[in-house]
Design a protein around this ligand. Sequence first.
Ligand SMILES: [Zn+2]
Length: 320
Amino acid sequence: MKKSFLPYIVFAVLWHYGCSSTVTFDQQSVRRQIPLSETEEIIGTLASDDMKGRDTKSGGYYKAAAYVIDYFKAHNIQPFYPEYKDSLVTDSLLSYNVVGHIGPFLPHRKTVLIGAHLDHIGIKGSVGDTLYNGANDNASGSTAALQIGAFLAQHTWEQNIVISLFADEEKGLKGAEHLAERMKKENVKLDYLVNFEMLGTVLTTGENQVYLTGYEHSNMAEVFNAVSPNFVQFLPEAKAYNLFKRSDNYPFAKTFGVAAQTFATFDFKNYDHYHGAEDEVENLDLENLNAVIGTAAYSLAVILQNKTPIIWNQKEEAEQ
Ligand SMILES: [Zn+2]
């Protein structure tokens, strides 16, 4: 080898190993960077009476969306669409998904989407507590998407990372359907979607655990558990009730044929207030929520850094 090639080889090696990811993530330090106080502040704000149940009819949804946009701006998450808004009309009311991305968005790269639905069911009835704050459903998942997004935004990734807070989930997954179709038309190369729903109570199998919908249809659980052992569980009820098709992950699985799945802790035994007026922050375990968010952020960081493939088993999906 001629000596004159050496600088180029050194450059190439540094380019390959030096530019991408020199950070080594460790669970404790990632967890420390996602403080409980911030978890409490975000979920407390999103589930406050001021947000009027985060519905477009009550008007609260727009307040919640404005809060998310401010959070994105404060944490270096860039607008994926103008003003972060992917607009749609549901039941004659204007609505929008709030969509941001981390680092540059390069069309040729694979895209990883992190999501949660922001909307809830608003105001119902006229007697007693008429405000449905939806602390667990889904201020908890929204808090996870925001804090994980803010953490990931502090680092450089070789994938496109998009964070979406979905609109109109409660009206039939309308926001997610809209975004999935739009991204498909725009040729976004979706690699996988990680969605967060109802994480505010402790899963019956143990603290700091979640279950995954569509568990057996991809290697997602296995991949997360390889980083954080026992974090992701199989919930028989999730399969029996086909929860895989009941949240914002589903339109992406259907449209793109990739692993698009939901992490949750609501297991039908650990919360009595599903779609009730008592779905309030006081009834949740925020320490456990914070632990779950930290563990998910750490696991995802390692998976993204290692570019671990998350593979969808289409055949099994078709058999459902
Ligand atoms: Zn929900």
